[in-house]
Design a protein. Structure first.
Length: 170
């Protein structure tokens, strides 16, 4: 794989003994391979899309999800996505049915990513609506659960602010 620092194939910035690899994105520290978060996200994206042997291939490359051909080079990925603005953010596709590319990717929290799955029935707006409707006293948790197609325990968590609360501003 180009750029991962295996062997001496022109991928080393200053040679294998220096521990510094292409882009300065991979280093060796006490014998361990350390990468920047952006380089790790890029590598994981490529692996999910291009490697049929990876465990989550069926959710990505196996169902036709690919990456922008420009993004096969780390420098292009980094130009388009920039550095991760906060340590708690990871690479996210806005539309889970579309490819990895500049217009469809953002740095997002794990919470936002969990809410962006095809099987998720609620949105932040619906959760706010549930809170508002419950506060009127007209609707029970069971009635709201039935209407929104979710468990009563989730409605309870939403009302108590334990689920679907607003994310912390960065």
């Amino acid at each position: 794989m180009k750029g991962v620092g295996r062997g001496n194939h022109g991928n080393h910035a200053r040679g294998p003994a220096s521990g510094m690899y292409r882009h300065g994105e991979i280093q060796r520290l006490n014998g361990k391979r350390i990468t920047t978060p952006e380089y790790a996200a890029w590598g994981q994206m490529k692996n999910r899309c291009l490697n049929p042997k990876t465990h989550d291939w069926k959710y990505y490359g196996g169902r036709g999800i690919s990456c922008d051909p420009r993004w096969l080079e780390f420098d292009n990925f980094l130009v388009d996505m920039g550095r991760r603005p906060h340590p708690l953010l990871t690479l996210e596709r806005k539309d889970g049915d579309k490819n990895y590319c500049k217009s469809n990717c953002v740095w997002a929290t794990r919470t936002a990513q969990a809410r962006n799955r095809a099987y998720v029935k609620l949105t932040a707006a619906k959760a706010a609506e549930i809170r508002k409707r419950y506060k009127t006293g007209v609707y029970t948790q069971q009635a709201l659960a039935a209407e929104y197609g979710v468990a009563q325990t989730l409605i309870s968590q939403i009302i108590r602010g334990k689920a679907w609360r607003s994310e912390v501003k960065q």
